[in-house]
Write a protein that binds this ligand. Structure first.
Ligand SMILES: Cc1cc2nc3c(=O)[nH]c(=O)nc-3n(C[C@H](O)[C@H](O)[C@H](O)COP(=O)(O)O)c2cc1C
Length: 309
């Protein structure tokens, strides 16, 4: 009997967001997908989430913007991207010919920015969904500010909901007092699924120069260092909200991914792991299939949330 790894990420939306398997790429770590299509067969993945997109092109923050830490990476890219118009013109015609669904990650300085972005992406062929980034820790305005409180998170989600019929994933920040309350607020405001988490605020200091390492001073910590933190947040949010949760944070192996799924995630996103192993997402997918074969699991959905107490 062939394995069924499919997952539905927008069960409450008529058009749905059906993925052939639960392995997605995390925004900002997989470009526009096109870069990796030379490296492996990206069509095998569950979905690709592209780099955070803003209304206008952005050059990002001053260098240095990346710094390796024990078990993680600090980044302060600052949403460098080509802007939504170029994305629609140059990337979506390529995505339209792909089998793998592409989700566009959006970010803005104001609630109106988010609504405009969602409106411009609505109905564009080649886009299967929108991931609303209210969690970027390294931009001066917008970003994680919106995800820090239930009220502002709800306001952005409602504005995006009103502007598009596409499935909406809202991506939460761990840099908040109560991520469960934020998750409940975005669910009530019309999100179809919840992605969590974005990177944690962090920094490093060059003691010889007596200055912060990153040009932006503060960055976001990602990678294995944040996995247990992300896992507990997924566990708590999945238990509180009746929407698919998408787990992200430090996933480098199939067993990491399965932990998130057993905690209640319907899908997972692979981020920093793609930097050290560009095929990481595919290796993780292969490992999940192997686990299912070894354990006699026919449908992936059978193990979602099975570790919940
Ligand atoms: C270099 C870099 C750029 C990122 N850019 C974005 C982005 O544009 N939008 C976004 O929502 N998240 C962005 N992220 C966060 C990742 O998508 C992910 O949430 C985070 O890195 C945690 O996952 P990981 O530990 O597997 O990397 C970025 C992360 C890194 C390392």
């Amino acid at each position: 009997m062939p394995l069924d790894l499919s997952v539905q990420l927008a069960p409450k939306r008529k058009r749905g967001l059906l993925l052939a398997n639960p392995v997605m790429t995390a925004s900002g770590t997989f470009g526009y997908g096109t870069e990796y299509s030379q490296v492996f067969d990206i069509q095998k993945l569950g979905a690709i989430v592209c780099k955070g997109t803003t209304l206008e092109p952005r050059e990002g923050n001053p260098q240095p913007r990346l710094y390796e830490t024990a078990s993680g990476i600090l980044n302060s890219i600052g949403l460098q991207n080509i802007g939504v118009k170029a994305l629609i013109r140059e990337k979506t015609p390529i995505w339209a010919s792909w089998q793998v669904p592409v989700i566009v990650n959006i970010a803005g300085d104001t609630v109106e920015d988010y609504a405009q972005l969602a409106g411009q992406l609505d109905g564009v062929t080649g886009i299967s969904g929108i991931e609303v980034n209210i969690s970027c820790p390294n931009v001066r305005t917008g970003g994680a500010d919106f995800g820090a409180s239930p009220e502002s998170a709800s306001e952005v989600t409602a504005a995006v909901r009103a502007a598009t019929s596409l499935p909406i994933l809202v991506k939460l920040t761990p840099n908040t007092g109560d991520i469960v309350r934020v998750a409940i607020a975005v669910a009530e405001a019309g999100a179809d699924a919840i992605s969590l988490i974005n990177s944690w605020k962090g920094m490093a200091i060059d003691i010889a120069k007596r200055r912060p390492v990153l040009g932006n001073i503060i960055g976001g910590l990602s990678g294995p260092a944040i996995k247990p933190l992300a896992l507990s947040m997924v566990y708590e949010v999945a238990g509180a909200v009746d929407l698919p949760a998408i787990g992200c944070g430090g996933i480098t192996s199939a067993s990491d991914a399965i932990e998130f799924i057993m905690a209640g995630a319907s899908a997972v996103q692979v981020g920093s792991a793609s930097f050290s192993n560009p095929r990481a997402s595919l290796d993780i997918l292969d490992g999940i299939e192997l686990f299912m074969q070894q354990e006699g699991i026919n449908k992936l959905t059978e193990i979602i949330g099975t570790a919940r107490c």
